[in-house]
Design a binder for this molecule. Structure first.
Ligand SMILES: Nc1ncnc2c1ncn2[C@@H]1O[C@H](COP(=O)(O)OP(=O)(O)OP(=O)(O)O)[C@@H](O)[C@H]1O
Ligand SMILES: [Mg+2]
Length: 270
């Protein structure tokens, strides 16, 4: 992207063609936000919804890799005299990420405001078309990018992902309050407890509570929020993310868990 293009920014308003914008967030890193976001997007698309996903992680975009689209180049089209970026389509979902514009093995060295501006511009310039849901995969934390996204994009709600361990829960609680805070007032649709237990593929009945038991379930209760899903640690969830073929495409227990999550989110939004 050209440097001069950062000027003349507008506040991002979701296009009137987008019915719901939903953030997938967590105060904590590495808990599975991107995994949940990608699989939720694919599961919603399988149920017939028109879905887009915006990767708001400028410093560590994982959407291109997780969707097997890392070698794609979004097209640019001039529409009504304005350059518009066409999202990459795969698995019935429209994907957009800063990762499509930067080399995967080079870090982006940007200060906060620059990253925020670049993301704002990207979101503004994408030709999403008509969507039922645009998911936003937020980076970890509660920093600059989050604050501007939350203030400038009209969100229908947020899905907050946590693992069960105590060390994640404190940060996740902060993440929840970032949305519920009365200056922002974004409804939290519920919590997703990811890595809730480990189930070996060959022993599908066994559950090992590696990161503690029900931590996120208890947090949901404390915050009076729905617990939308408890997703186990399954080797194939990680492998399919690495391979770029989301598990939600597969007919197995883990795939079904994401379809059930998509059902709940669709019901909540309607
Ligand atoms: N339920 C699961 N079972 C097995 N592996 C998982 C599961 N959920 C996530 N993972 C793996 O854990 C790693 C971290 O997941 P992911 O990148 O989705 O987390 P994140 O919260 O988006 O991280 P970041 O904070 O860096 O954005 C990935 O390798 C992913 O494949
Ligand atoms: Mg991520």
């Amino acid at each position: 992207m050209k440097q001069h293009a950062y000027q003349g920014l507008h506040y991002v308003k979701p296009s009137p063609q987008i019915r719901h914008v939903v953030a997938v967030a967590s105060g904590k890193g590495g808990v599975g936000k991107s995994t949940v976001a990608v699989n939720l997007a694919v599961a919603l698309a399988q149920q017939g919804f028109k879905v887009g996903l915006m990767d708001a992680d400028v410093y560590g975009p994982s959407i291109p890799k997780m969707t097997g689209t890392e070698h794609e180049q979004p097209a640019v089209q001039v529409i009504a005299g304005v350059e518009r970026i066409i999202p990459v389509e795969r698995y019935g979902v429209k994907w957009m990420s800063m990762g499509y514009f930067s080399a995967a093995d080079r870090p982006l060295i940007w200060r906060g405001p620059m990253a925020t501006n670049a993301l704002r511009q990207l979101l503004n310039q994408v030709e999403w078309g008509a969507l039922d849901v645009l998911l936003i995969d937020l980076p970890p934390g509660t920093g600059d990018i989050h604050v501007s996204m939350i203030q400038e994009v009209k969100l229908s709600g947020a899905v907050v992902v946590s693992t069960p361990q105590a060390v994640a829960l404190t940060d996740v609680e902060k993440g929840v309050h970032m949305f519920l805070n009365d200056k922002v007032n974004v409804p939290v649709l519920g919590l997703v407890e990811n890595m809730a237990w480990f189930t070996p593929e060959e022993l599908p009945q066994n559950k090992y509570y590696i990161f503690g038991k029900e931590g996120a379930a208890r947090l949901a209760e404390k915050l009076h929020l729905p617990l939308l899903a408890q997703l186990p640690i399954v080797q194939s969830i990680c492998e399919s993310g690495d391979e770029g073929t989301p598990i939600a495409l597969k007919e197995n227990a883990a795939g079904a868990a994401f379809l059930a999550l998509a059902d709940k989110i669709a019901a909540t939004l309607q």
